[in-house]
Design a protein around this ligand. Structure first.
Ligand code: CUA
Length: 401
């Protein structure tokens, strides 16, 4: 029973055992008394119903007050443990869980997305619950937590795993044909393994420079899209002229690498005309040279936007849950060989056979129910929450099949 030695499981189990214990005691007590009376007052011994039973204040008071006390302790015990399940420990880490037909996605504060829930051992974890389509229910039996995910509503559960290992996650609310496949796991890692996992690749697809700009709060004063804010916008800086105030004189400079470095390390030395000197200087302790270079490169547009990874997107977004890669057909057509295939689709009530190409795949992603592949049911949610680049990456990947 070691794996149940965790706070949420204990809260639930204690109440269960308490209520079950009393129920068992009452069941046994009542059964014994019933059998005793049946034997003692059997007809052969007492053929005539005789005795005139008088009321007893003492007895009646006892069997009224005692059950009230028992039921109220059940309520109090259940309530106080329930409150414990809803109160998140202050040092809990947060992970966002999104349910959709028919898979789970876990998003970490740094933007990393996973299909399994990776957590460190002995650390409270708050799981924020969302649904993109219908009702699902996040259920981890080992930790005794189960809560519905409701579209347009945020909810949460928390747990703390006392031991490393893999624990099942189920969907506990019938949500369509793929409901039973909506399984994944909590992977509880040791602190070292978790740290290693957290620092491993694919933490964020954003370029380092942009991450630093966000982390340091630069975006709070400097917009990225050209809007003037408290500070000048960071939009399209490279090679553009700028009027600055330096040593009491206004001069015009061309924005380049050296200027941007000075503007971050010693912002008050050269103030952009029309703005106030209020930006704090970022020394090497605040932003090291490497990150400074990343920021400057990013601002000068030297960082090529990394193309999203089609394989990863298909896993992250649960496509693989319904579309196999190995040729097996279940809920939906397989992806195997999809780039070289002709499909027969039902469009406006007619069957049409078309060659799979980028345009067809785009329609199939964004408006999947307009053209249904023959033999399958219209049940795929539109992937319109993906960015244009992500859609392109998935299409490119599928065409290689
Ligand atoms: Cu999701 Cu059942």
């Amino acid at each position: 029973m070691n794996q149940l030695n965790n706070p949420t499981a204990q809260a639930v189990d204690n109440v269960l055992i308490y209520i079950f214990g009393f129920s068992l005691l009452l069941l046994l007590g009542i059964t014994v008394v019933t059998i005793y009376f049946v034997v003692k007052y059997r007809r052969s011994k007492c053929p005539e119903p005789t005795s005139q039973v008088e009321g007893s204040w003492l007895l009646e008071t006892i069997w009224t007050v005692l059950p009230i006390i028992i039921v109220m302790t059940m309520f109090w015990y259940g309530w106080s443990n329930y409150v414990g399940l809803r109160e998140i420990p202050a040092d809990a880490m947060e992970v966002k869980a999104t349910a959709r037909m028919w898979s789970w996605q876990f998003e970490y504060p740094d933007g990393r997305k996973e299909t399994k829930l990776y957590v460190p051992v002995n650390k409270p974890v708050k799981v924020l619950l969302y649904s993109t389509d219908v009702l699902h229910s996040f259920f981890v039996p080992a930790f005794r937590i189960k809560r519905d995910t409701v579209p347009n509503m945020e909810s949460y559960v928390w747990f703390q795993a006392p031991e490393t290992g893999s624990y099942d996650i189920f969907c506990a609310e019938y949500c369509g044909v793929g409901h039973a496949d909506m399984t994944t796991s909590v992977e509880v890692l040791s602190e070292e393994d978790y740290a290693q996992w957290a620092s491993s690749a694919t933490v964020s697809a954003d370029p380092r420079g942009l991450i630093v700009l966000n982390e340091q709060g630069c975006i709070g004063c400097h917009s990225l899209d050209g809007t003037e804010n408290i500070g000048p916008s960071l939009f399209e800086l490279a090679g553009n002229p700028r009027e600055i105030e330096k040593d009491g004189k206004t001069i015009e400079i061309i924005i380049d690498e050296a200027y941007l470095q000075r503007a971050i390390r010693d912002p008050d030395a050269e103030i952009t005309k029309g703005f106030d000197p209020m930006m704090p200087a970022y020394d090497e302790e605040a932003i090291n040279n490497e990150d400074l270079q990343a920021v400057v490169d990013y601002l000068l547009g030297k960082v090529a936007e990394e193309e999203p990874d089609g394989d990863r997107l298909m896993v992250e977004n649960g496509c693989i849950g319904c579309h196999s890669l190995d040729g097996s057909e279940s809920i939906a057509p397989t992806f195997k060989g999809i780039g070289q295939r002709e499909v027969t689709i039902e469009r406006d009530g007619q069957s049409v056979t078309i060659k799979v190409d980028a345009e067809y795949l785009r329609r199939a992603l964004l408006d999947p129910n307009a053209e249904i592949v023959k033999g399958f049911a219209p049940m795929m949610p539109a992937a319109d929450y993906l960015s244009a680049e992500e859609i392109d990456a998935i299409i490119k990947r599928l065409l290689q099949e």
